[in-house]
Design a protein around this ligand. Structure first.
Ligand code: GAL
Length: 720
């Protein structure tokens, strides 16, 4: 427990002799709360927890299956003290250790040597901690993770704050004469300031960084398993679209042979927006039930845009008025979703107006900020939460409340949200935003995997066909393949010069469903993020040090700033490395982890633990597959993800020379029966026969287990 160091400091200062060195507060006391997860309470936390806002029970069974791990740091080196009415924590860092996570940042992956104030906000172009998911969790290359569970604007000095009693101080350098002098001498600890009288802190063991991330995800409740249709293609239509426009658009997708699983309606489906009414507009959607019936018949789901700010003319306005905050947003009241009565009123309307008709999910917009239109920090809410606390967890509470409605009907949902935070792994939402840099969107994709959130580099518009195609290629390798045409009315075929290539990559996306769905099953069952940065790949560090552009500055063991930040390539599942191209690029370098890697498209050998140059031409996105990997694809050219109970042929591609095995996951794709054991893991195996030839085999699950595949055809990809 925290005791204040101020008193001992005062005593020491009164004593004669040399000026005493202030020590940080006493060591923190930890309890092991799950296998490889320790919790400490420092000071008196304010009782508002991010993890409790999601309220998903830890997956103890899966946590126990991870490798046994000891407490990953020296306990006596972790300290906390109260200062200025806040709590400061100090967690040691070793030389050469790198840090990742600390929110959904867009421009950097490596975070050692940065300062962040983690604050829910729309990303504004600077990696300063203000972002859509400012998750106060970091993972170290040394194989452990730290979470500060506080709904506060937590400031993290990620190896920048150097104490004068530091055990491993950075070397003193003379700027006049020493060219290796740095403006950023790195510290031997992370220091964290929580602006509250206490905080709950968690430590997650490895042994690897990926294991620490797995433990964080499992402790949060395990990763989400989307409905299969959620991994298909989503088209969001222009905000003013009518029911007839939407039906014509579905016709056009089908006539042109472009995949389509979900239509997203933007603000115009409502009778008023900004603030909203949550009821259908009778001019644009005169017969919502009829419209929904036709859409369901076409096999296309409907997702509704909302933001939570309630218009005076909304049917629930009067009931919600006493249950809302002190300030308005765009003249709408702000419901306090932490109150059960608020949830009851809002969700009753949603059930009646939306779910009963077959709506499949929501896009929860504008729960992030900017400051200029959101409530101020001194806003008050009827639950007693402060404006600051509400800001940090508003997105989480809306995700949880709306997801619960679908769960009570026994169907999975899949939607979008613009604000999230710690503990979000089990929530069926993908983050998006209005910031529209293609390269930075890829960095966000890499970062999402450290912090238990999902991100889509959505496509809206482009200056050229080339940019359009490059963006479409990227989004097809993300958790949500989506074109958001709310403003421009763009279609996948809007740039005729690349319309065929766009259709091709959209079809590849659908065909990859068995692979993608299995990657998500791993997220659910063992916490492995489906999309992740290279830093979480085994064998990548070797290559990472190979690209060091300069030796550690002047022998400073804490200077990591010269190392290259790998932020333009990422992994999908265990075996697929994605290296997007950006408009204007004719070639790019790709860093291949250790082991042999092969070109996904051709099967040709690409390299091993080295930097290669890719020149794929415009038609293709560079994709690489590990030696021995088996990538299962749907056969043919489906334009919808298979429906529950539908059986479809499978193509299992084998890459390289090594034998391999892929455990293919399947279930009904829509319900929660998998939580009660209704799923199958089917080994697809490639080994060599007596003559040394590669051959494939499949051990089908018993007939009482769901398995949506008919023939399984193995294709041994030629390696040259
Ligand atoms: C934005 C949102 C867009 C679109 C638009 C509609 O804030 O990010 O995707 O939904 O609102 O007004």
């Amino acid at each position: 427990m925290l005791t204040l160091c101020a008193a001992s400091l005062a005593r020491a200062q009164a004593a004669p002799g040399p000026t005493p060195v202030p020590r940080p507060g006493p060591a923190v006391a930890w309890d092991e709360v799950a296998s490889g997860v320790w919790r400490a309470t420092v000071g008196v936390p304010d009782g508002v927890s991010l993890l409790d806002s999601v309220a998903a029970p830890p997956r103890h069974d899966a946590l126990r299956r991870l490798p046994q791990a000891a407490f990953p740091l020296r306990r006596e080196e972790i300290h906390a003290e109260e200062t200025d009415g806040k709590v400061a924590l100090r967690i040691p860092l070793a030389p050469g250790e790198e840090l990742y996570g600390l929110g959904l940042e867009f421009r950097s992956v490596r975070q050692r040597g940065t300062v962040k104030q983690l604050h829910v906000d729309h990303y504004g172009g600077t990696d300063n901690g203000r972002t859509h998911a400012p998750v106060p969790f970091y993972v170290s290359s040394a194989g452990y993770g730290v979470l500060v569970d506080a709904a506060r604007y937590v400031t993290v000095y990620a190896g920048t704050a150097v104490r004068k009693d530091s055990e491993h101080p950075p070397p003193v350098k003379d700027r006049n004469t020493d060219p290796t002098w740095t403006s950023m001498p790195l510290a031997d600890a992370v220091e964290i300031l929580v602006p509250a009288r206490g905080a709950t802190v968690y430590l997650f063991a490895g042994p690897t960084a990926l294991d620490a991330v797995r433990r964080y995800n499992l402790y949060s409740g395990g990763g989400v398993l989307p409905p299969k249709w959620g991994l298909g293609f989503m088209q969001r239509v222009r905000t003013s679209s009518t029911a007839d426009d939407v039906l014509r658009e579905v016709d056009e997708f089908d006539a042109r042979g472009y995949p389509l699983d979900v239509i997203g309606l933007e603000p115009g489906w409502q009778s008023a927006a900004y603030p909203g009414t949550f009821v259908w507009d009778s001019t644009r959607f005169p017969d919502p039930a009829g419209f929904m019936r036709v859409m369901t018949g076409r096999g296309v789901r409907v997702n509704l845009w909302i933001n939570p700010y309630v218009a005076p003319r909304a049917p629930i306005f009067d009931a919600l008025r006493p249950l809302s905050g002190s300030h308005t947003v765009w003249t709408g009241i702000v419901p306090d979703f932490t109150l059960p009565e608020t949830r009851r009123i809002v969700l009753d309307l949603f059930r009646r107006e939306h779910l009963r008709l077959g709506v499949s999910g929501y896009k929860i917009d504008e729960v992030d900020g900017y400051d200029r239109w959101l409530w101020p920090d001194h806003a008050t809410f009827p639950s007693g939460l402060s404006g600051e606390q509400m800001r940090q967890l508003y997105g989480l509470t809306l995700q949880r409340a709306t997801a619960a409605m679908f769960r009570e009907r026994g169907v999975r949902t899949w939607g979008l949200v613009r604000a999230s935070n710690a503990g979000a792994a089990p929530l069926p939402f993908v983050i998006y935003d209005d910031y529209y840099s293609h390269p930075d969107f890829i960095t966000a994709l890499a970062n999402s995997g450290f912090i238990g959130v999902l991100w889509t580099p959505e496509v809206r518009s482009s200056k050229s066909g080339e940019e359009w195609l490059r963006r479409m290629q990227s989004v097809c390798f993300s958790p949500l393949a989506m074109l958001n045409a709310w403003a421009d009315g763009t279609k996948p075929w809007s740039f005729p010069e690349v319309a065929d290539q766009v259709r091709e990559v959209m079809r590849l996306r659908i065909r990859l469903l068995p692979y993608l769905y299995t990657a998500f099953a791993r997220y659910h069952f063992d916490g492995t993020p489906p999309v992740r940065a290279m830093a979480l790949v085994d064998g990548f560090r070797v290559v990472d040090s190979a690209v060091t552009t300069a030796p550690n500055a002047g022998g400073d063991p804490y200077a990591t700033a010269t190392r290259r930040d790998v932020k333009d390539q990422f992994m999908v599942g265990d075996d697929l490395l994605v290296a997007p191209m950006f408009a204007g690029q004719r070639s790019r370098t790709v860093i291949l982890p250790a082991g042999r890697w092969y070109d996904f498209h051709t099967g040709a050998y690409a390299g091993a633990g080295e930097i290669i140059t890719a020149t794929p031409g415009l038609d293709r996105i560079p994709l690489y597959v590990r030696d021995g990997a088996i990538v299962p694809l749907l056969a043919g050219a489906p334009t919808r993800v298979p429906a529950a109970g539908e059986r479809i042929d499978l193509e299992a591609r084998h890459y390289g020379d090594a034998p391999g095995r892929f455990d293919l996951y399947d279930d009904d794709g829509v319900s929660f029966d998998y939580e009660r054991g209704a799923f199958s893991w089917t080994p697809l195996v490639v080994d060599r026969d007596r003559k040394g030839r590669l051959r494939g085999s499949v051990r089908r699950p018993s007939s009482d287990k769901p398995f949506g595949y008919r023939d399984v055809r193995f294709i041994m990809m030629p390696t040259h």
